[in-house]
Design a protein around this ligand. Structure first.
Ligand code: DOR
Ligand code: ZN
Length: 343
């Protein structure tokens, strides 16, 4: 029985850092276990322009980080111009996020009609920028949204932009797994810990709003497809935690008819969730491929000297973390602990 495992620091190309006081909490949690993340642009005032993105990544984010690399990302709208994309690329912003309008938190400036952004995708393809898709159909409900995106919207984009680098984010269905595994190596997909650990049945069991995220959790066959992909070692399948800090009073409101936001707070215990599921799947030896090496290879990141040791001693996840956020698996005891060895 394995009792201790050394892995390199995690690389997580999908975290929500937010702003102000929240930013301090999220950055502290991110740099516990990660040396590189991509910080999402759906801030209150979204990062739709170079100026705004510079202010955020070089000003606000940098003020809180000590040893975390945060890859920047621009928020695409139907009105983003070619010049704006070019300018962003010239300033080292090579990632562009594409939200389906109104389908998740802070996505009201996202896309309604994907044919309108073909000119932008074309520019991104020629500039070798990366398109990060939140793959849900903007006109579908939360249950069918992802399948509808991958069957009705994605095939045409896929055909029209054969050289576009893409990240299919937080995939939740077997259709999305098949889509990425059919594609070339410069199309990758990310998977969250919540989609590996839970199904919609788990959410319904206790109607647990902490498990409410977008894309929604799906059924067991989808979860199995995600799990097999995650442990396959395939270079196209990698961690993207989608860690999103939501406070207790938002996730478990006491006022009638309050809207419960989507998102799971996973940054703080990320390696523990991953070790738990990879061990259950008998694939601890594939964890670092999924959570470090694949991102390193795809983004050509420098090697790291930082590493983590996973120790097979239980951790009880608290009900709340500092700042009043509900962590994934709150109150549960998971079989692993983690320590870091940073120089
Ligand atoms: O569950 C989610 N939460 N999905 C997203 O796409 C956004 C995120 C957030 O910003 O909270
Ligand atoms: Zn996200």
């Amino acid at each position: 029985v394995t009792t201790s495992y050394i892995i390199p620091a995690l690389r997580d190309p999908h975290q929500h850092l937010r702003e102000d006081l929240e930013l301090q909490h999220t950055v502290e949690a991110a740099e516990l276990w990660c040396d590189t993340i991509l910080g999402m642009p759906n801030t209150r005032e979204p990062l739709t322009t170079l100026d705004r993105a510079k202010q955020y990544y070089l000003g606000q984010v940098r003020a809180y980080t000590t040893h975390l690399t945060v890859m920047p990302c621009l928020y695409l709208t139907e009105d983003t111009t070619h010049e704006q994309l070019k300018e962003a690329a010239d300033h080292g912003i090579n990632s562009v996020k594409i939200y389906p309008r109104g389908k998740t938190s802070h996505s009201q400036h996202g896309i309604r009609n994907y044919t309108l952004i073909y000119p932008q995708l074309d520019v991104m393809q020629s500039l070798r920028m990366t398109a990060h898709f939140h793959g849900e159909h903007p006109e579908s409900d939360p249950w069918t949204g992802e399948r509808d995106f991958y069957t009705q919207i994605f095939p045409a984009i896929n055909q029209a932009f054969p050289r576009l680098r893409m990240v299919l984010e937080h995939i939740s269905t077997k259709e999305a797994v098949e889509t990425v595994l059919k594609g070339p190596g410069f199309r990758v997909a990310t998977i969250t810990p919540q989609h590996l650990l839970f199904t919609i049945g788990d959410l319904l069991q206790d109607l647990d709003s902490a498990l409410h995220c977008r894309p929604a959790l799906k059924e067991t066959p989808d979860q199995r497809a995600l799990q097999s992909a995650a442990i396959s070692g395939d270079p196209r399948i990698m961690l993207g935690s989608d860690s999103a800090p939501w406070k207790l009073h938002k996730k478990r409101p006491t006022t009638a008819r309050a809207v419960i936001p989507c998102g799971c707070w996973t940054a703080k215990y990320l390696p523990i969730y991953l070790a738990t599921i990879f061990e259950q799947l008998g694939a601890l030896d594939k964890l670092s491929t999924f959570a470090h090496h694949n991102a390193t290879q795809w983004w050509s990141l420098r090697p790291t000297s930082r590493c983590l040791s996973l120790v097979r001693e239980p951790t009880t996840i608290p009900h709340l973390t500092e700042g009043d956020y509900i962590p994934l698996c709150a109150g549960a005891t998971l079989p692993w602990s983690v320590e870091r060895h940073y120089t």
